[in-house]
Design a protein around this ligand. Sequence first.
Ligand code: CIR
Length: 259
Amino acid sequence: MFQNIIARKPCSKLVDGLTTSSQLGRPSFEKALLQHARYLEALQECGCNVEVLDANEAFPDSVFVEDVAVLTPKVAVITRPGAKSRVGEIDLPDLHVAIYNYYRDRGVEEIKHPGTLDGGDVLMVGDHYYIGLSSRTNQEGANQLIAILNKYGMSGEAVQVPESLHLKTSVSYLGNNTLLGWNEFKELEPFKKFAFITVDSLDELYCANSVEVNGTIIMPANNPHTKAKLEGQGLKVREVDTSEFQKLDGGVSCLSLRF
Ligand code: CIR
């Protein structure tokens, strides 16, 4: 059950954000603002209280707030993003104030140099966390997070991410022991014990990044084949258009911290 959301408004420098998907073109800031607002409405509809931090023009990618923290039921962990242009996002005072407000009676920890870790690499399945080793998250970052999780009575394990930005770019947890993801992730040892819904249309790989929020699967719009598959399994789906964030390799999970 998620009660709270922390998000950050897109800044106008968003159009200069990091991307490996430049063939999709540059995002429109106006459209991104609108899509972001609708995305937050969807989370509210799922019963979440939404706190929105101000846009920060110094950090084009700061709308992807998922990467700067891992918020578990027992402890908040401020990460250390693996992209140089994003490391400063973890020092933004409003982020710390927001997290502290919720976690003052629990723990607040941080990933330290030389560890790097992006929240997009952290897949929560109950009390267990799969941590993707990627171009952003290194073994040291994963080890530090596992040690923190252990300290608070939880567990984690590292998973090598085959060719995608983050672990959650390609695989999402939908609840009920079920993962949604790219076919090659189904074969990874740690994921063999899950029921696995494969995104099998190549046009729809983007929707492997979806989020389950209080019984609703929030997924990116325009992925009809996968949507039908989810609905066919009795799952409730809510689509949101995140096309402008897709142009920056960001999906529905990246735009919020859910806890
Ligand atoms: C980046 O490259 O860092 C951003 N343009 C996209 C971050 C996406 N975040 C996520 O998957 N959690």
